[in-house]
Ligand binder design. Structure first.
Ligand code: ZN
Ligand code: ZN
Length: 307
């Protein structure tokens, strides 16, 4: 009897831990979003209940779904990656491996994210994240579980290729855990309704301004894919960050259900997309005249635009 009682408490432990984290995040961000608001918002805005549910789902489910594929990925990497690569990265100090891991993981995530905007099938899942019409720190967790798995898998793959992690064993998972922790915490910050800008450093580290432009509904679409390192967008020709300006509205043109179950099944409904549109809107030549160039652009991969 006592053992069963302990087991049920063990089941509750991650829920309690996440609730404490949520309280800490709210204690930091709710006051900041009131004092430094970009747009005046209510704390209990539209969709807050759904996003609270996403907070727990997005924290628990991807970890369960990712265990087996990451173990397979690590095993494959160990078989095929040259020993010289593994030995070189193994000789670096922890901070060096973490920094290299962050850059490598960001490159993996950048391309996963960009493909999520360009391939209609992937966009169906990723559109859930973009359905938020009001941004605050909690929108960070609004994501379809399969979208999260896709992004996380692509972000982790370069780490294993470079020998920077293994999903088994505490030592092997130190760099992946550090990178995931940094990018997740930064994810809350860049979604926050906080008008802080980093001046000349904005190209180096992502700010709310940088990521808010990624969520624009009517501004230049499909920009700013990186989660923490904006210079990757500069490098790959998708950077958009006009000084001192903020998007006036957020969201997607598709009609996406407001409720949790509706959003979960949304990617599986309707006829399958048949066309894939190219990234004509982010040609390097358009970089210097970004603002206003895409007013009439079709949202790439948007199911409503491919119908
Ligand atoms: Zn996106
Ligand atoms: Zn976002």
């Amino acid at each position: 009897m006592q053992a069963n009682g302990v087991d049920s408490l063990a089941f509750l432990e991650p829920i309690i831990r996440l609730t404490v984290w949520l309280a800490l995040l709210a204690a930091v961000f709710v006051p900041l979003e009131r004092i430094f608001a970009v747009h005046p918002r209510k704390v209990f805005r539209k969709g807050i209940a759904v996003d609270l549910a996403y907070y727990f789902i997005s924290s628990l489910l991807p970890a369960l779904l990712l265990g087996a594929p990451l173990a397979l990925l690590a095993w494959i990497a160990r078989q095929y990656v040259p020993a010289v690569v593994l030995n070189t990265t193994a000789s670096l100090p922890f901070w060096g491996r973490s920094l290299l891991g962050l850059v490598a993981s960001e490159i993996g995530y950048y391309w996963a994210h960009r493909l999520s905007h360009q391939i209609p099938f992937l966009w169906r899942f990723h559109a859930i994240h973009h359905s938020a019409e009001e941004l605050d720190f909690l929108v960070n967790t609004r994501a379809h579980p399969l979208d999260m798995v896709w992004g996380r898998l692509c972000a982790m793959t370069p780490l294993y290729i470079l020998g920077l992690g293994s999903p088994t064993g505490a030592a092997g998972s130190a760099v992946p855990v550090a990178v995931t922790l940094i990018t997740t915490m930064w994810g809350f910050f860049v979604h926050a309704n906080v008008r802080w800008r980093f001046g000349p450093l904005e190209w180096l580290i992502a700010t709310p301004g940088f990521h808010h432009w990624h969520h624009t509904k009517t501004g230049p679409l499909n920009r700013n894919y990186a989660s923490t390192l904006p210079w990757l967008d500069w490098l790959f020709g998708s950077f958009h960050l006009p000084r001192g300006e903020w998007p006036s509205d957020y969201g997607v043109r598709s009609r996406i259900p407001d409720d949790l179950m509706g959003q979960f099944f949304y990617p599986f409904e309707g006829p399958p997309p048949t066309a894939v549109r190219g990234p004509k809107h982010i040609e390097p030549s358009s970089r210097s005249t970004e603002a206003g160039n895409d007013e009439t652009a079709v949202e790439i991969g948007d199911p409503s635009s491919t119908a």
